[in-house]
Write a protein that binds this ligand. Structure first.
Ligand code: NDP
Length: 310
């Protein structure tokens, strides 16, 4: 008899009836990325490659869950004996509030991207920060501690990146966000990491700014790395997170968005002559760390990389 094929994406309604909906699917689905939108996610390709490589008889899927459905969805992954899940846009901060426990790093950041189901408990972790640091090392052969960074965004991913920059002692961090209060709050929470006088010149080591072109342009001479950690770029119709005419050739540019692979920001950087890369490497390294948390063993980064390219 032909084996039942899994859907590409499941919903909350499917989770409510999980054993019937997934009956006959082998290996059983016990891991997922939860988001809205989620169809673009490459996490299943990458995690399923790692599961096969390690001969773990489970599958990883996508769950399309809206904001108002998140609490029910998390209760249902526990009831349906999931090993765990990843959480993506826009749920990372809300998920933090819904955990029974969090590890120390996730508690500091206030954001969860990785969940472990342990008995009746949901335990939250955050692997985005370490994934980002490893990605920057891989892409640009440089460590965060040696960089002056302009971070655009103050949502879940931006918070994880900002805390990692702080913990690793980056030279300078400027956070630019549409909602100014959010950037200012984040800067407030990061003060403890930026006490020393590390940067030469008339600029602050840590600062929150708005998103206007003139404000951003003033920062560029004091910046090595620009990071887009907004959700702008996921849709073709999105405006650029930072105007192309503000960019300069000396910059490194990291777009956390990876779908489409050549984002509008990457195209703009290319025209300027700046080095730029999309968020696939961060996806890879945060995913490898999530795998290690779920299974308490090293993930095959090479198998995951091949899965991402398939
Ligand atoms: P959040 O919803 O938590 O945050 C979204 C951020 O984008 C906020 O700073 C928000 O600003 C900003 N934003 C949204 N719309 C606009 C707009 N129209 N103009 C200006 N700013 C805007 O999302 P996440 O932090 O979870 O995700 C952010 C990005 O990270 C996503 O694009 C996602 O694709 C990417 N990502 C990459 C991963 C990787 O491994 N490479 C992993 C997970 C996510 P405001 O505060 O004003 O609302």
């Amino acid at each position: 008899m032909k084996r039942k094929q899994p859907n590409d994406v499941y919903t909350l309604a499917d989770l409510r009836n999980w054993s019937d909906i997934t009956h006959g699917i082998k290996p059983p689905i016990r891991l997922a990325v939860i988001g809205d939108p989620v169809a673009h996610s490459l996490s299943p390709a990458m995690q399923n490659a790692a599961l096969r490589e390690e001969q773990i008889d489970l599958q990883y899927t996508k769950l399309h869950v809206r904001a108002e459905e998140l609490e029910d969805a998390l209760a249902l992954i526990r009831e349906n004996n999931f090993v765990g899940a990843n959480v993506t846009v826009p749920h990372k901060q809300r998920a933090f509030a819904l955990m029974d426990e969090c590890d120390r790093h996730a508690a500091d950041v206030g954001v969860v991207n990785t969940i472990v189901v342990r008995g009746q408990k949901l335990i939250g972790f955050n692997t985005d920060g370490i994934g980002f640091a490893r990605a920057i090392r891989e892409e640009f052969s440089v460590d965060l501690k040696d960089l002056r960074i302009l971070l655009v965004g103050a949502g879940g991913v931006a918070r994880a990146i900002a805390f990692e920059c702080g913990k690793q002692g980056c030279e300078r961090l400027v956070i630019a966000n549409r909602t100014a209060d959010r950037a200012a709050d984040l800067v407030q929470q990061l003060q403890k990491f930026f006490v020393g006088p590390k940067v030469l010149g008339p600029v602050s080591r840590l600062q929150a700014i708005g998103l206007s072109d003139s404000t951003l342009r003033g920062q560029i001479p004091h910046t090595d790395l620009v990071v887009n950690a907004t959700s702008l770029g996921l849709e073709h119709s999105d405006p650029l997170p930072i105007g192309g005419h503000v960019l300069e050739p000396h910059l490194m540019i990291y777009d956390t968005v990876y779908s489409p692979r050549r984002t509008r920001l990457l195209l703009a950087a290319e025209q300027t002559g700046a080095r730029a890369t999309n968020g696939l490497s961060m996806l890879l390294h945060q995913g490898a760390r999530s795998f290690e948390i779920w299974f308490d063993r090293e993930a095959s980064v090479s198998a995951m990389r091949v899965g991402l390219q398939a």
